[in-house]
Design a protein around this ligand. Structure first.
Ligand SMILES: [Zn+2]
Length: 344
């Protein structure tokens, strides 16, 4: 019952406090002085009423009512204080969120307009973090590796069968050196080895190996591949690609294996010669398409000449390379509607 009374008093007083002129009218007239009345002190901005002490002696009922009213006023005051504190906390939290949002928006804007961090790494691999999917992120000059549309290798299929001109080889026994460059075994061949095709003459620069072969033919993949990289006087590149299959020993491959350097990133220069003709298959039919370097920087405009006849190598010769490089082939890239021509 007392709780109900307190609650009622609280509500009544709060109602009176919200009506500006209520305390003034309650204080009007001498008769009104006998009643407990609330009035705001002059100049006060407080919304809560202040209880005046009775002038005359009060009846017990009046005393009880006054006590109730005083208690109610205190409760109302405390409630108002709590509400004010709560409102202040909400306002502070809202302000902090607004400031945080502004900071985040600014950081986003800075990140969007700032130039990308300069990438100039040169370390790359065929697998993992530095593998083909991330080559373009390693060095700012390697963008073509992931953004190019004329990339190599590809799966060679749907070629247009035409009378392709024969490739004219002008290879000769040459001095050579063998390097294990960390990506493959690469043979540098002395000057004066040429192939001619499409009215251009390209000089042999190096011979290197991939496992498996990078190019596929009608979806088929080969255990190993050889690339003979050529360059013409204008710097244009032509790659002659050979597919290696299990079979009889390959004499030129054996000569190269015999002269491997003992250490990675080392070069061995023997005092014998290597004849690049010994690597070529008998038949000279080929597929041709425009592609790219199949390793960083993935430069495009590279002429590919992929020999149709495979070259054989012995299981031991293939096994030796697999110990050095179990996987050093870039995955096939989208042909993207490129024209592929092939000998009839
Ligand atoms: Zn290659």
């Amino acid at each position: 019952m007392r709780t109900l009374l307190v609650f009622s008093a609280c509500c009544l007083l709060a109602g009176a406090a919200s009506a500006k002129d209520a305390p003034a009218s309650a204080a009007k007239g001498a008769g009104a002085a006998s009643e407990p009345a609330a009035s705001a002190p002059a100049g006060s901005t407080a919304t809560l009423p202040v209880i005046k002490k009775p002038v005359r002696k009060l009846t017990p009922k009046q005393q009880e009512e006054q006590a109730e009213a005083e208690l109610s006023a205190k409760i109302a005051e405390r409630l108002a204080e709590m509400r004010a504190n709560q409102a202040a906390r909400i306002a502070a939290a809202a302000k902090a969120k607004k400031e945080r949002d502004a900071r985040e928006a600014k950081a986003k804007l800075v990140a969007a307009t700032a130039p990308p961090p300069r990438a100039n790494g040169t370390y790359w691999t065929y697998e993992g973090e530095f593998g083909p999917a991330n080559w373009s992120k390693i060095n700012s000059d390697w963008g073509k590796c992931n953004a190019g549309t004329r990339q190599s290798p590809i799966d060679i299929r749907d070629g247009i069968k035409v009378e392709l001109e024969q490739i004219a080889f002008d290879y000769r026994p040459s001095a050579f050196s063998v390097t294990d460059n960390g990506h493959t075994v690469q043979v540098q061949v002395g000057a004066g080895n040429y192939l001619s095709v499409a009215g251009r003459m390209f000089e042999l620069q190096n011979v290197h190996f991939h496992r498996p072969a990078e190019e596929r033919v009608n979806g088929r993949s080969y255990e190993m591949g050889i690339h003979l990289v050529h360059k013409d006087v204008e710097g244009k590149i032509a790659v002659l690609a050979l597919m290696l299959e299990r079979g009889r020993p390959q004499p030129a491959v054996q000569t190269i294996w015999n002269n491997l350097p003992l250490e990675k990133r080392d070069t061995f220069t023997p005092s014998i010669v290597l004849d690049p003709n010994d690597l070529l298959p008998e038949r000279r039919d080929y597929y041709t398409y425009m592609g790219s370097l199949s390793e960083p920087p993935c430069s495009e405009g590279v002429l590919y000449l992929v020999m149709k006849e495979t070259v054989q190598a012995s299981p031991a010769q293939l096994a030796l390379f697999s110990r050095l490089y179990p996987l050093n082939a870039r995955p096939v890239q989208a042909a993207a509607g490129r024209m592929i021509k092939e000998s009839q």
